[in-house]
Design a protein around this ligand. Sequence first.
Ligand code: PLP
Length: 451
Amino acid sequence: MGVSSSQAFKRALAKTRVPVGAPPVVGGVLTYGILNVRPHRPDTKCYGMLASWTSSADTAKRSTPSQMNLQELRSHLPVTQGAIYMNSGWAGPTPLPVLHRIQEALKQEARLGPASTQGVASTRKVMEEARQAISTLVGADVDEICLAHSTREGVNIVIHGIAWKHDDELVICNLEHPALTDPAEVLAQRHGVKVRRAIISPMAPKGDILREIKAQLSPRTRLLALSHVQFTCGLRMPIKEIGQLAQQAGVPFLVDGAQGAGHVEVKVADLGCDFYTISGQKWLMGPVGTGALYIRKGQERLLEPLFTTNALEAARVNSRSPVDRFSLTSQSPGLMAGFAEAVRMVQGIGMERIEQHVMALSNGFRRSLANIKRCRVLSSQLPEAACGLVTVGLEGWPPEELATVLQEQYRIVARTVHGPDGVRFSIAGFNTEQETDQVAEVLAKLAKERG
Ligand SMILES: Cc1ncc(COP(=O)(O)O)c(C=O)c1O
């Protein structure tokens, strides 16, 4: 936004409603941007709430995750008090119960001593708890879950776990995240692997996607690796059908689920993939530095561990779980306890409920945007391909400038993406219709300014 148009807009606002730049929270009423918003949540000061959440007296009063509904979840997210947070596709906000659990686990570690017999046992228990929670979330056996620090780690464990030979082929697509394209390039450089890219349009219907991918599979393909939901445009890939193609071709299938878990329902058995890797910090609202990798039973035999030690080799035969040898690096019990709590919270609300809410909100948002002149929705509107990631281009607004103005003047947190170039809004379970309406209204104003 140029300075003059920004000032003109501020003047127009001053005449009608609250001034831009007023404190974001006044007595529980958000006053940023063009609207007074009274969000659906208790009128509580969030940081006071954080303090009371962590006091033991209050602990007894809190809901268990299984009792929680979406509105209540929102009341545990301090960021919703001061901003319209639509960036869960990058990192979701941390709920207070997750913060509390992290704190409790670290206190316990400090009390027991991390490497005392009790401390080690307590850490093991947390790791098992996290694996259990994740396995339930994705519909896997606990022995198929390997803890990791991120999606990237899971991708690397699989990609670098395969014994590649020169001229072997890896199939990915043109819309993939660097978490996948970077290790793919490394394979090409180090091992002479041929990386074949299916070319898929962000708006592609299912038939085109399947045709494109099938055309790339060959007798030389050693791995097919694709995102569940493409990070730039939010294209939800027909993973189940792609999984069938992979099975017919006898090709192992890795799914980058960074944008899947916590956003859309994931049941690995239905998807028919061999590997599925997730991030804790995005839609699941867990801590940064947490993630996991699902390895379908028996498919661990396709991989050699990326990180190795002598202890690993010694432990190999007696390992407690077939996937243990893939998670070697230490995990923080605090972060893993937080991850387990976040996953349980999401499950307590119910993934089906979360997905329904996300779809209803994002469909409404897409419809509102379609009515705005000079605004282009760059994400698929097809029912089977649409999801909570909505990428938008506004004529006259370079995406970087638009994202900055949204954040600095309206407290709307979203991010830019490229290919397609736009601003990506992540509509998550805790977002509300008031918020999507408000964002649409701001976008309409901004579009008019430069029309
Ligand atoms: C599709 C996709 N894969 C991988 C990642 C990286 O996730 P992590 O930071 O957990 O490795 C992202 C992050 O935005 C992503 O969108």
